[in-house]
Design a protein around this ligand. Structure first.
Ligand SMILES: Nc1nc2c(ncn2[C@@H]2O[C@H](COP(=O)(O)OP(=O)(O)OP(=O)(O)O)[C@@H](O)[C@H]2O)c(=O)[nH]1
Ligand SMILES: [Mg+2]
Length: 230
């Protein structure tokens, strides 16, 4: 991608990412205009939002922590209001590489699909991924294949790009991490065209300390089957 298309946004959800979000946003804004970067601060109790604002990006805040799915829904509403043509979702915790953004966006911008989903399991296996987490992520793929009939290899990878059509059509009712399974369900329900794009995911000390525990999978299953929807 030689120049950044207008009305294509990078959406960054952040919950207590103060130690790393500045560096992450520096990486993104090195080649993406800050006014096309939206940070949804999900009720952080640290200074994540202030650090983000200091980078000149747009910052939207939840007054309380609602969850990664709710933060995505807020970001979707925000970019739709700003006439977004497409949006790519990028994490604030330093696990993703800004250089991968154009590759994830490309099939959406070229009209080849409505949703591009990152996968960490194509090609080189991610370094530092603990075996139990790998098993859980693989199980999530099998679960998605069985329940939604969508053969995604990494449905819980947060690195995704969406066309405007997809953002308008997808309904998110899961506030927490079950939203990732819901996106797969929505892709299938709406018959959206999708594609997987290999991305790298780093496992850093910070991400391991504050990221999802493998037991989180049980929470997700609980949310999907037993928690009343919004
Ligand atoms: N954990 C968590 N993250 C949130 C929340 N709201 C927004 N986020 C952001 O959502 C992104 C993904 O969250 P992570 O906890 O890193 O989830 P993950 O990358 O799927 O899991 P790990 O591989 O364990 O890091 C990060 O940028 C978070 O800061 C929330 O309520 N809880
Ligand atoms: Mg993470």
């Amino acid at each position: 991608m030689t120049s950044v298309p207008p009305r294509v946004f990078v959406l960054v959800r952040a919950y207590n990412e103060e130690p790393v979000i500045g560096e992450v946003l520096d990486g993104v804004t090195a080649f993406w205009p800050p006014e096309q970067v939206v940070v949804v601060d999900d009720g952080s109790s640290d200074r994540s939002a202030d650090v983000a604002a200091s980078r000149g990006v747009r910052v939207v805040r939840h007054a309380v922590n609602l969850g990664a799915g709710a933060a995505l829904a807020t970001g979707f509403a925000y970019v739709l209001e700003r006439s977004a043509e497409a949006v790519v979702v990028f994490d604030a915790d330093g696990q993703m590489f800004p250089e991968d953004i154009p590759r994830v966006l490309e099939p959406v911008l070229h009209g080849e699909c409505d949703v591009a989903v990152g996968t960490r399991f194509a090609g080189v296996q991610p370094e530092g991924l603990w075996w139990l987490r790998r098993v859980v992520l693989r199980a999530a793929a099998v679960f998605t294949r069985l329940t939604v009939r969508l053969p995604l290899s990494d449905p819980h990878n947060g690195f995704r790009a969406f066309s405007r059509k997809a953002v308008e059509a997808i309904r998110l009712s899961q506030d927490r991490f079950a939203y990732a399974s819901e996106i797969a369900q929505e892709i299938a329900r709406l018959g959206l065209r999708w594609r997987e794009v290999p991305v790298r995911i780093a496992y850093t000390e910070h991400s391991r300390r504050k990221g999802q525990s493998s037991l989180g999978a049980l929470d997700i299953i609980g949310d999907l089957f037993w928690r009343p929807k919004r």
